[in-house]
Design a protein around this ligand. Structure first.
Ligand code: ARG
Length: 457
């Protein structure tokens, strides 16, 4: 088969080289973006009188026919035509004849592929923002139902202070809010148009880059053609934001795994989101959060992979850059699938408020509160800490929780203790007492829910 670039060659391409250098097996995902870019390009060529109007019309109609055929699954892409750009150009020429060859006037595959990637990532970023919102909505729904549900809050995975379950869930809401913010911000840079930069140096034709940028909905054109065709920062940025997003998904997933274990039993995932064991009939495994945790690895890998490809590349385009695609597609698919599962899994999980409360009632996580109690009675905090440390040690030795110590026992440690200490120690009061801004009291959590709702609108 003759190549679109065959003129300068005297030999057929080695078959292995053809397969090795082809990207069509994966970049066919860009087919519609490629056609979108071509439609804008040909429109501009015609408006700038670079090609005749009727030729432009023929090309546009040809491109639309090919689009339709791709949608109908009637198109076979070929490795001989290397990538999506040359495949579509070949299909166009087959469809409308030699006039199709005018499409590539004043353009190179280098600015073409960059344009496709910008268009693709813009669509996907908008899609992922919506999916993150879905997860936030599910977290918010559960939070609204569990403002008064109390569970141990942990540091070092040791019980630290009791918190509202809503407060714990909303911590993830804000992580996702920042991810969304980063995605939104990255759109500013994704939305630059490389089209019209040619191979690297611009073109001899009197093109209008602002026109194609406008037609494609880009905010501005790259001011430098060499930068335009070699820039993959926007993909690195996407992979890096995705890595952080996956980190958050993974941390939340880890908590779901722990909470649904027999040891905790704080939550139960819905049957429809779990799987069984082929040998142990009693098992109900949290495979989904486990896989979400694990899939974080491939997203980090994709980030490091692309950074490594780009490191040390001279200007301008290098074939190395073709390796920017699979990691990006894989990341998009991983995120899309993960977020689509995470939202309904959170929505449908059952929360065992009794188990959570039972855990809080059987620990020493109200110790800070007795320290604070002595402080309000005038003792410096450091001294209070020391006194309570001894009190807790004594209680542990007696195998008693703090609520079970008698007044006489308390008095042994400090004369400032009085009957009201037993109120202070109630888990509910411990939570409600943390009414500082952003704290876990129900008043603060309700305020937080209002702000969270506003940011979702
Ligand atoms: N398939 C190529 C890529 O993805 C398109 C650009 C090829 N340009 C070239 N001069 N070989 O990077």
């Amino acid at each position: 088969m003759s190549k679109l670039w065959g003129g300068r060659f005297t030999k057929e391409t080695n078959k292995l080289v053809e397969v090795f250098t082809a990207s069509i097996n994966f970049d066919q995902k860009l087919a519609f973006e490629d056609i979108e870019g071509s439609l804008a390009h040909v429109q501009m060529l015609s408006e700038c009188n670079i090609i005749p109007k009727n030729d432009a019309e023929t090309i546009k109609n040809g491109l639309l026919t090919i689009k339709q055929k791709i949608e109908n699954g009637e198109v076979q892409f070929s490795v001989e035509n290397e990538d999506i750009h040359m495949n579509i150009e070949k299909l166009l020429i087959d469809e409308i004849g030699p006039v199709g060859g005018k499409l590539h006037t004043g353009r190179s595959r280098n600015d073409q592929v960059a344009t496709d990637m910008h268009l693709y990532l813009r669509n996907q970023t908008l899609n992922i923002i919506e999916l993150v919102k879905g997860v936030q909505t599910a977290l918010l729904q559960q939070a609204e139902e569990h403002v008064h549900t109390i569970l141990p809050g942990y540091t070092h995975l040791q019980r630290a202070q009791p918190v509202s379950f809503a407060h714990h869930l909303l911590a993830y809401f804000w992580m996702f809010e920042r991810d969304k913010d980063r995605l939104q911000d990255s759109l500013k840079r994704i939305n630059w148009s490389p089209l019209g930069s040619g191979a690297l140096a611009g073109t001899t034709f009197p093109i209008n880059r602002s026109k194609t940028a406008e037609l494609l909905g880009f905010d501005k054109v790259y001011p430098n053609s060499m930068d335009a065709v070699s820039d993959r920062d926007f993909i690195v940025e996407f992979l890096s934001i995705s890595s952080l997003l996956m980190t958050h998904i993974s941390r939340l997933s880890e908590e779901l795994v722990i909470w649904s274990s027999q040891e905790f039993q704080f939550i139960e995932l819905d049957d429809s989101f779990c799987t069984g064991s082929s040998i142990m009939p009693q098992k109900k495994n949290p495979d989904v959060p486990e896989l979400l945790r694990a899939k974080t690895g491939r997203v980090y890998g994709n980030l490091v992979g692309l950074l490594t490809v780009l490191k040390g590349l001279p200007l301008a385009y290098n074939k190395d850059m073709q390796e920017d695609k699979e990691g990006m597609f894989d990341t998009v698919e991983t995120l899309d699938g993960s977020l689509r599962l995470l939202a309904p899994m959170i929505e449908t999980m059952t929360v065992n408020a009794d188990k959570m409360y039972a855990a809080v009632a059987q620990d020493y996580s109200n110790a800070t509160d007795i320290a604070d109690y002595l402080v309000t009675k005038g003792l410096p905090f450091r001294q209070a800490h020391e006194v309570i440390g001894k009190t807790v040690l004594y209680a542990i030795e007696q195998k008693k929780f703090l609520l079970a110590l008698t007044m006489d026992e308390y008095k042994q440690f400090h004369e400032l203790f009085e009957e009201d200490i037993y109120d202070v120690l109630q888990p509910k009061n411990v939570v409600e007492a943390r009414n500082s801004e952003g704290g876990t009291s129900s008043e603060q959590v309700k305020l937080q829910i209002i702000v969270a709702k506003q940011s979702l609108q």
